[in-house]
Design a protein around this ligand. Sequence first.
Ligand code: 4AD
Ligand code: MG
Length: 445
Amino acid sequence: MTTHAIASDNHTYINQLSNHAGAEVVLKGWLYNMRSSGKILFPQLRDGTGVVQCVVLKNAISPELWEALKGLGQESSLVIRGTVRADSRAPGGYEIDVIDAEVLQQVHDYPITPKEHGTEFLMDHRHLWLRSRRQHAVLKVRHTVVQAVRNFLDNDGFTLCDSPIFTPAACEGTTTLFEVDYFDGEKAYLTQSGQLYNEATAAAFGKVYCFGPTFRAEKSKTRRHLTEFWMVEPEMAYATLDDVMNLSERMLSYIAAQVLEQRSEELKILERDTSKLESIVPPFPRIHYDDAVKFLHEGFEKGVLESKFEWGGDFGAPDETYISSQFKKPVMVSHYPAAVKAFYMARDPERPELALGVDVLAPEGYGEVIGGGERATSLEFLQEQIALHELPEEAFQWYLDLRRYGSIPHGGFGMGIERCTAWMCGIEHIRETIPFPRMLYRIRP
Ligand code: 4AD
Ligand code: MG
């Protein structure tokens, strides 16, 4: 084959083969797998959009090419020219009858083989592991989650206002801050959340969102925690806790519907029980923290939970799992004790010890996917809270200005993209939902 074929843009992607039935195409990719049977080779080619089986007849190609193809190992790079043939038994509905091929690189020792590997090995080879079918499916679902989030918010009148990553102060408590040396001895912190900046942009634009990487120096090694994760955070001026819950419910339902519609192939590969996603439709049950605690007490009495939950605490993973197991849909828990929540939360006027915050707990043990609520509006109250949380008031003066100049009821939430993706995919650990996860004991590759 001439290099012209390789250089040309005029090649076909595997997911477009149905537009080329009966025609001759050029495919460019990597060898996914190879079977052979005497005088026929069945290389499976993957190109990032799909995998297709090709058929090579010994007497249809040159002896040199036959020898070259016969010995190819997994992930060899190659270009294939062939005819597209519809075959109802083939996974994608088509096979390629090979006319010619060119091998760009022969590979013989690809480290990831179809046999079982341990997670640590796979994580060390994450840069290659991404090529496997399952990982590919998970990241395609992530792509759709992100796209759905953007479409949903853009179509709902939200303006994207990105927030900074270097910040002078904490948003979500000082225990999980990553410190960075800025200039001239000044410290900066990697952002934990863009919320405080969203509150400023919401006062300028009405409905806003930020969407970017956020950082938590979490010492927790769980299947739900990353140290770097992507968060989408909508914020609305003139909004109450109810508005925040309505938006959470609508956005999650939209995401699930989009994943179902656009990622049916991937959900099949992941063996996802799609009925679980189909049930993500409004309305979601809404319960008060007090009622959630009642559930936990029942769980303890039934012997499902090991210890009796004490009113006033934050829920741990087993608590969240138990609460959400009471429902088929995501459940929204509101009115947490203010003591376990961030400094900026508005208080319940009836019971000021409670915060007007909400966590959305996903079913099937996926836990909190959304956290948010209504923000405090009073300057004096926030000054008190900043002092109480031992935060540097000086770094928050700009934030306090939002309560000096046109203070309004407002609120919003943050959703972790990886937690949402893990839930959509039905997979165990969120480390597979981001191309290169950052965790307590992993910063490589
Ligand atoms: O509940 P969190 O901490 O809320 C905030 O940061 C608010 N300031 C957001 C807002 O109101 N604008 O985090 C929000 C979400 C969680 O529900 C979870 O989905 C995700 O971010 N999240 C994490 N995801 C992965 N790893 C971690 N360590 C996470 N911490 C939070
Ligand atoms: Mg939270």
